[in-house]
Design a protein around this ligand. Structure first.
Ligand code: BG6
Length: 319
């Protein structure tokens, strides 16, 4: 079992009789989603397809924190372009060998229908109300084609917790089978920003990364701050600091704290790549998004029979 360095605080505050979060299941078939709203107006939306968070509003519901493409397929036929797709069991193109070799880019979790397992919520006297939504996926929930390609017995529980100015997303992966398996995991978050030319990312200085734009060569970031002036696609490995921050105009916008995972991918497709993606719209949408994706993608996580891995992120919005 992997040890938890930054275990999220449990929802164990004393119950009060104040108003609680409203949770509704809306839509049909592949478009079904769970929508939760706190009494103070903050909200989150999670499609069952991929357990993809597609909206997270803070600031009493006034500020949308996630970017979703105007051309995203929201019918359950294609991974959703935007929000927080869950990448599992492989990150990027499938490896040449092993059980993931027959899967597609970023694995099957983002294009499988998850089950909504229910909510839990707390409110305490200090108005720190939260709502936690749980989603599950196991071997029986994936397609026949994926089951054949990845013939391993697993159970995933993905918990999305909305609080006043934070969103926490944590996955547990359990090996339900007789033999060990290996996986990668990533939360491919598309953060909504006003202007990419004014965005900087802090907390990755001196960290080694693989630059996918430069033929997957390895580099070390000398500058404490990452800025975006062209396509960026980097896999930062084994990061010592817990938190990576996104700043706009030099002011903190998001703090992203890794929870028992050590890697982070930064991605912006920029002009040409954005145009080449059929589900990316508008064409200049790259100016309003930046992906800062936390996960475990440097090598593979191994689970023996019965073992559990738990990891994810806590994001604070400053707006
Ligand atoms: O188009 P997809 O499969 O959603 O992937 C988007 C991007 O996801 C990033 O995580 C990868 O590092 C990029 O290489 C990739 O282009």
């Amino acid at each position: 079992m992997v040890e938890r360095a930054n275990r999220p605080s449990a929802l164990n505050a004393p119950q009060s009789s104040g108003p609680s979060a409203q949770v509704d299941i809306v839509g049909e078939g592949g478009s079904q989603k769970v929508v939760a709203q706190l009494p103070s107006g903050e909200s989150v939306e999670v499609y069952l397809f991929g357990a993809t968070v597609t909206s997270w509003k803070s600031n009493g519901g006034q500020t949308e924190n996630l970017w979703v493409s105007e051309a995203a397929d929201l019918t359950g036929n294609k991974p959703i372009r935007g929000g927080v797709p869950v990448v599992f069991p492989n990150f990027g193109p499938p490896p040449a060998t092993g059980p993931c070799s027959k899967l597609s880019q970023h694995g099957f979790a983002r294009n499988s229908r998850w089950e909504y397992l229910g909510k839990s919520s707390t409110e305490d006297a200090l108005d720190t109300s939260s709502v936690k939504l749980d989603f599950g996926l196991d071997r029986n929930g994936i397609s026949e084609e994926h089951r054949k390609a990845w013939p391993l017995d697993f159970g995933l529980v993905y918990s999305v917790t909305l609080s006043k100015d934070t969103l926490q997303t944590v996955i547990t992966v359990r090996n339900e089978g007789e033999e060990s398996f290996e996986f990668q995991f990533l939360l491919h978050t598309y953060f909504r920003i006003k202007d990419i030319s004014k965005v900087s990312v802090n907390g990755l200085g001196s960290v080694e990364y693989i630059d996918k734009v430069l033929d997957a060569t390895t580099h070390s970031q000398t500058d404490p701050t990452l800025k975006f002036t062209g396509e960026v696609d980097r896999v930062y490995k084994d990061i010592k600091l817990d938190t990576t921050s996104i700043l706009e105009d030099g002011k903190p916008r998001f703090d992203i704290t890794r929870d028992n995972v050590k890697d982070t991918v930064t991605w912006n497709p920029w002009i040409e790549k954005a145009k080449s993606m059929g589900d990316f719209a508008p064409n200049d949408g790259y100016k309003n998004m930046v992906c800062v994706e936390v996960g475990a993608v440097n090598g593979w996580q191994k689970l023996e029979k019965g073992e559990v891995f738990e990891g994810g992120m806590l994001v604070k919005s400053h707006l």
